[in-house]
Design a protein around this ligand. Structure first.
Ligand SMILES: Cc1ncc(COP(=O)(O)O)c(C=O)c1O
Length: 442
């Protein structure tokens, strides 16, 4: 591939030419079903004309106006529309380009809010093991994927982590509800361990995304977490980068739980993958507080509040609403979950199938009884996905769910416009690929 370098050399990179709906065509004319929507960001499908036209129209009028000096109609209109769906009181939005960047901004914003309350000693943000919050150094410090953090530990200021609500491999070897949600109780224990006046916030994905694979916590989990945050004056930051904008069958992942966050972070599907676009969402009072304390948000970004980004996000939101796609995610998601369970649930190398809406994961194991993960060297999931790709279905292989290093799972998170017959094709292809790889390695 000439002068470009990519993340890995271990697998073949396809040459994408065009996309339409759930399909991508490569330059040789081969068609692939995009069964993971990229990494769960192609929410409305490829090639949606209204999104493309909205971006072109905005770029033709004005593509860029420095956000220090200007606002644009499209940014204001989009914010009004977004305010109607986020679970925040009098929400205010700050726009950036990637999820990692928005997480960084959230961490800084939360620190400024605590400083505004006089909490100078508050310098830590607690997060969870098995989480992913981004690739930049601040986001890595709260990320809980050891394999991604290992090389860079000396470069970032590490933050405390607590166990995740990963019921299939409960970190306390317990079973819900007898476990009494020890994983939620761990937040209070960690706050007390660090010292309550030293902690800024708690950050987590409402439903675990790609790192542990679509882990849906028990209902009371988030209520317990939110109560603990309130008790100790922590801000509750929910990372909706992957779950947001309908992916789980509600506008936001946190909407499944009876909890109101203080700060939200969104990206990926916000603009449907058409352009890099991310959002930090907070409440008006918090913004007022940092304005009073510091004269503003001590942050920036050349491409913040980008007009073309907002035009893509606005058209994406229109498309989701006009086509009732959040409701569609619920019905199509139920069908996908059922099909996965029927076709793969009994296979000897499938340990767990979990998810919600159109966010599903299948975890593979060498031994179902003992839940033994495959050896890393086997590259089980990579092989499954590579075989599926050869057969025309693109999936998202992930590793490290069991203990940070071992553990294979595949993400199935197609665009919301997926049809039942296409879900059948995904599930049948995945099943065949799993059986073939299992045959090779057993
Ligand atoms: C939950 C979550 N947060 C943050 C990020 C980082 O987003 P980005 O890759 O856009 O920087 C991701 C990306 O996968 C994510 O899933």
């Amino acid at each position: 591939m000439g002068h470009v370098f990519y993340r890995r050399t271990s697998h073949h990179i396809l040459d994408a030419e065009r996309g339409e709906g759930v399909y991508i065509w490569d330059t040789s004319g081969r068609r692939y079903l995009d069964a993971s929507g990229g990494p769960a960001c192609v929410n409305v499908g490829h090639g949606v004309r209204s999104v493309v036209e909205s971006m072109a129209e905005q770029a033709g009028r004005i593509a860029y106006a420095h956000a220090t000096d200007f606002t644009t109609d499209v940014v204001e209109t989009y914010s009004d529309r977004l305010a109607e769906i986020v679970p925040l009181r009098q929400p205010r939005f700050f726009y950036l380009t990637s999820g990692s960047e928005a997480v960084e901004a959230a961490l800084k914003f939360a620190r400024q809010v605590q400083l505004g309350h006089g909490g100078r000693a508050r310098a830590l943000t607690i997060s969870r093991w098995g989480s992913y919050h981004g690739a930049t150094l601040g986001a890595l410090a709260v990320t809980g994927k050891p394999a991604m953090r290992e090389l860079f530990g000396p470069l970032f200021c590490d933050q405390p982590h607590i166990p995740a609500p990963y019921c299939y491999r409960c970190p306390y070897s317990a079973t819900y509800p007898a476990c009494n949600l020890e994983c939620a109780g761990a937040l209070e224990a960690e706050i007390l361990h660090q010292g309550p006046d030293r902690v800024i916030a708690f950050i987590a994905e409402p439903i675990g995304g790609s790192a542990l694979g679509a882990i849906v916590p028990p209902d009371e989990y988030w209520t317990r977490i939110a109560e603990t945050c309130r008790r100790y004056g922590l801000l509750l930051i929910v990372d909706e980068v992957l779950c947001g904008f309908g992916r789980t069958g509600a506008w936001f992942g946190i909407d499944h739980f009876d909890v109101k966050p203080d700060v939200m972070v969104m990206a990926k599907g916000a603009a449907g993958g058409y352009v890099p676009f991310s959002i930090l969402a907070v409440e008006r009072d918090a913004v007022a507080r940092i304005y009073r304390a510091h004269g503003g948000f001590v942050h920036g970004g050349t491409f913040s509040h980008h007009a073309v980004g907002a035009s893509a996000a606005l058209a994406t939101l229109d498309y989701i609403q006009e086509n009732a796609l959040v409701a569609a995610v619920r019905t199509r998601g139920t069908y996908l979950g059922q099909r996965l369970a029927d076709a793969l649930g009994e296979l000897p190398c499938v340990g767990d199938i979990r998810g919600l809406g159109l966010l599903w994961a299948v975890e593979f194991v060498e031994n179902r009884e003992a839940k033994t993960p495959f050896r890393v060297a086997l590259g089980f999931c990579e092989r499954v996905c590579s075989l599926s790709a050869d057969r025309g279905v693109l999936l998202y292989p992930r590793s490290g769910c069991a203990d940070g290093v071992t553990g294979d799972h595949v993400m199935v998170s197609p665009p919301f416009v997926i049809e039942e017959s296409q879900i059948d094709e995904i599930v049948d292809t995945l099943r065949e690929a799993v059986l073939d790889v299992w045959e090779q390695v057993r």
